[in-house]
Ligand binder design. Structure first.
Ligand code: PLP
Length: 479
């Protein structure tokens, strides 16, 4: 271990905990950056270029706001990474973790043992999830959730004596995490390029991205139907006896907040039922109130067989993921001997206690209800009013408190920028400099704020987004 870099003049010893507030800043920004560059490899980053420019150091947060090490106050339009649903600084969650760590910080659930937090969480999830979801398996992340989904899917078909059902169909530009299985299920080409060995028997169909991929005069409904019917074509190509499951995010999050038209999911469900194929909804972003429903599949009106959960499950305060099993899948798993899968921290008591506190807040403070009836509709209308006829906004997608803003060279003609990724980065940098966190995925700008956001804060996000998008148009010479 070495702290010594040219930029670091000195290194303070760690302060005794009692002498300092948890949030007290111990180093200068330059020191933090130098140490970060010297020793920390960031996820999904070009480290050479990041180390040259330096990371922004986030030191504390409250509600929907973050503070960096230079004391800038930043409004978080992304709820961390789509996860801080109850907002920052909720003492209820901190207290739950503190109490549970003192009572029982860890015990496993492998060998005929269980504990109160995982029992309470499972019962509460069964209450909050739609009627047929009464059983839950736990892990530490969304990626592990989707690994678990694969294990359950294959075990399920084994119990049915259908051993040839091995293929899983997923979608291009879907995101299902970054373990080998998660990365293979996802349809991100740049991730596949760096994975020479992928999980076998996973194939992809096209995504329901109307603005970017619809040709001719198809309506959004016709286009979505055609994209859903690709699933049927793929099943017939592989043979229904060989297909185990289809997996999709109800709306694609990381792929750009792509909302399929209302015709899409009912058709996917019809096809899955017709060919006896399990339907998996990856609810890692959509779950726990994001669209105004508890789960995004409820927003789109379909019934999956398995749901992947993470992110909003604990509002990101501690890591936790889960898979919810429809009764008919759960029954097969429960009644057929050993299920040979588990993680040391499956159902971790501290994570489970935090999840329970989080879910109770979402329910009892009526946070999810408010997204549906009040703040969600307000946010969607505000965005659509503000960007109607904007010279570089081609569409606004979303529902509740999630939205995608499509940057476009000619919105009316659905013409995208040739260098869309660069335009997104320009816009993202204007946001960043204006103390708004808004993410760019290629040429789509994404918003997904904490669900506790109020109308004044929504106004602030939209005003700052408008400023950044106007500045982008101006830099491109478009007005
Ligand atoms: C974030 C995400 C994942 C992966 O979750 P991790 O906790 O990062 O492993 C999986 N699916 C979807 C839809 C996600 O957005």
């Amino acid at each position: 271990m070495s702290y010594r870099t040219e930029e670091v003049a000195y290194v303070q010893p760690a302060q005794p905990a009692a002498s300092a507030q948890a949030t007290q800043q111990k180093r200068s920004t330059a020191e933090y950056r130098a140490l970060d560059a010297a020793h920390h490899i960031h996820p999904f980053s070009d480290m050479g270029s990041l180390n040259r420019s330096g990371s922004r150091v986030i030191v504390k947060a409250q509600g929907v706001y973050l503070w960096d090490s230079d004391d800038n106050k930043i409004i978080d339009g992304m709820a961390g990474l789509w996860c801080v649903n109850v907002g920052y600084g909720r003492k209820e969650l901190a207290d739950a973790a503190y109490r549970q760590m003192q009572e029982l910080p860890f015990y496993n659930t492998f060998f005929k043992t269980t504990h109160p937090p995982v029992i309470e969480l499972s019962a509460l999830l069964a209450e909050l999830a739609p009627e047929p979801f009464n059983h839950f398996f736990y892990c530490n992340s969304g990626s592990e959730g989707n690994d678990t989904v694969l294990r359950i899917v294959h075990q399920y078909w084994a119990t049915q004596g259908k051993h040839s059902k091995k293929f899983v169909i997923s979608r291009k530009n879907g995101y299902h995490g970054s373990t080998i299985a998660g990365g293979t299920l996802g349809g991100m080409g740049y991730m596949h390029e760096q994975m020479p060995s992928k999980v076998e028997n996973i194939v992809h169909i096209d995504q329901p991205y109307f603005f970017g991929e619809a040709e001719g005069n198809l309506t959004p409904e016709e286009f979505a139907l055609a994209r859903a019917q690709q699933l049927e074509a793929k099943i017939l190509e592989i043979g229904a006896d060989n297909v185990a499951a289809f997996i999709g995010e109800p709306f694609q999050g990381a792929g750009g907040v792509i909302f399929p038209a209302s015709t899409y999911w009912p058709e996917i469900q019809r096809i899955c039922r017709k060919y006896d194929i399990l339907l998996v909804a990856d609810e890692v972003i959509g779950g726990f109130g994001r669209t105004g429903e508890w789960f995004a599949h409820q927003h789109f009106g379909f019934e999956p067989d398995l749901i992947t959960l993470a992110k909003g499950l604990t509002s990101g305060y501690v890591p936790m993921g889960a898979v919810g099993l429809h009764d008919r899948v759960a029954k097969a798993i429960i009644e057929n001997g050993d299920f040979n899968h588990g993680l040391t921290y499956s159902g971790h008591p501290v994570a489970a206690a935090v999840a329970v506190a989080n879910l109770k807040l979402l329910r009892d403070d009526k946070i999810v209800e408010r997204v549906k009836t009040d703040t969600g509709p307000y946010f969607q209308k505000k965005l659509r009013d503000t960007f109607a006829n904007h010279p570089i906004i081609g569409e606004i997608s979303g529902a509740g408190l999630v939205a995608g803003l499509q940057l476009a060279e000619d919105p009316k003609a659905r013409k995208r920028f040739a260098n869309g990724g660069e335009v997104g980065t320009i816009c993202r940098d204007f946001c960043f400099n204006g103390n708004l966190i808004m993410r760019a995925t290629g040429d789509r700008m994404l918003l997904s704020p904490p669900l506790v956001i109020n109308k004044l804060e929504i106004d602030e996000i939209v005003a700052k987004a408008k400023y950044a998008i106007d500045a982008t148009a101006q830099q491109l010479g478009i007005s």
